[in-house]
Design a protein around this ligand. Structure first.
Ligand SMILES: [Fe+2]
Length: 116
């Protein structure tokens, strides 16, 4: 359980933070701006992921961690993450594909994602 929580915290959380800093602002700009950011729901899903990872951590640290409850929560989290990735790949990235060249993407997003 601790290993799974460590994976989510060590890999998923930093990736989400990098997206919010480097990727989503560019998508918002390319999607036309406006009052509410285009990526608002995606950012909200990141908050849900953080909340559910915290719930997994509490389960793992509990006095009598329940493997069944942990697996059920982890499975739900993986489903959310899978759907979230699909939205990024099928909705957000095509907006950038239509808005910029690969070189512009690398300069505006790729480099910043690797630094974050
Ligand atoms: Fe994301």
């Amino acid at each position: 359980m601790e290993k799974a929580v460590g994976f989510f915290r060590g890999h998923i959380a930093p990736h989400a933070a990098a997206e919010e800093e480097a990727l989503y602002p560019v998508v918002d700009r390319c999607a036309g701006g406006g009052g509410e950011p285009f990526t608002a729901s995606m950012r909200h899903e990141h908050r849900i992921v953080r909340r559910w990872v915290a719930a997994l951590a509490r389960e793992a640290r509990g006095r009598a961690p329940g493997a069944r409850a942990f697996v059920r929560k982890a499975d739900a989290l993986l489903g959310l993450i899978e759907a979230h990735f699909e939205c990024e790949e099928e909705v957000l990235l095509p907006i950038l594909d239509d808005s910029m060249t690969a070189r512009e993407f690398e300069r505006q997003v790729g480099l910043r994602m690797r630094r974050a």
